[in-house]
Design a protein around this ligand. Structure first.
Ligand code: B4P
Length: 191
């Protein structure tokens, strides 16, 4: 099994690159952002609670996302590997993922971390906000809150994987295809 974490700040291109990676490398895509937006669209109790936090640019509680990931792992027993997109976002989520993968006897192989300047992040998110219908994409204050959550809670997740030498920094600037070529080269080296 090949398990990959695609890491980076909000708007760094995790979702965009994930679509291309799963197509080429046949991994199962697990995006906590997509899973949460699907709960919101279905107007479940979980989705309604999550929306309140997402609309403020805050992270959803660890228990909620860990439970969603646990269920998704169980639903895909035939997967040849998973691409984790937007998860883990806290040290507690990283520890929970280790436990879930231990049960499956399959570790995280690598964390590919997209490096993008803050100015470029805000520009991309505001541009997406013109058409995405995502309320967390249109307001600069909310975007700033998302970046602050990333700095306060999520950046430390890379340190967690650095201890086991699993982090590879990849420039997330340039065209989508250029970035995909960089990511693909790193995956191919390890697959
Ligand atoms: P996510 O859905 O993970 O959203 P994101 O960080 O904005 O997206 P991403 O980095 O994937 O950006 P994208 O490729 O789309 O999270 C949303 C919210 O959900 C969080 O704020 C949080 O509240 C909650 N949440 C999710 N997971 C959680 C967790 N584990 N724990 C707690 N809470 C959680 O790219 C952005 C834009 O840039 C797009 O418009 C794209 O077209 C454009 N773009 C991409 N690459 C480009 C390039 N090379 N050049 C120019 N533009 C580019």
């Amino acid at each position: 099994m090949f398990n990959l974490i695609l890491f980076g700040p909000p708007g760094s291109g995790k979702g965009t690159q994930s679509e291309k990676i799963i197509e080429r490398f046949h991994l199962v895509h697990l995006s906590t952002g997509d899973l949460l937006r699907s709960q919101i669209a279905q107007q479940t109790a979980l989705g309604l609670e999550a929306k309140k936090l997402m609309d403020k640019g805050q992270l959803v509680p660890d228990e909620v996302v860990v439970e969603m990931i646990s269920t998704a792992l169980e639903e895909n027993p035939q997967a040849k590997g998973f691409l984790f997109d937007g998860f883990p976002r806290t040290a507690a989520q990283a520890q929970a993922l280790d436990i879930l993968l231990e049960i499956k006897r399959t570790p995280v192989k690598v964390m590919l971390a997209l490096d993008v300047s803050e100015e470029e992040l805000v520009k991309r998110i505001l541009k997406r906000g013109q058409s995405s219908g995502r309320s967390d994409d249109t307001d600069e204050t909310i975007i700033a809150a998302r970046v602050a959550e990333y700095k306060n809670k999520t950046e430390a997740v890379a340190d967690y994987y650095r201890k086991s030498d699993k982090v590879v920094m990849v420039s997330g600037e340039g065209s989508i295809d250029e970035i995909f070529a960089r990511l693909s080269a790193e995956i191919e080296k390890r697959m």
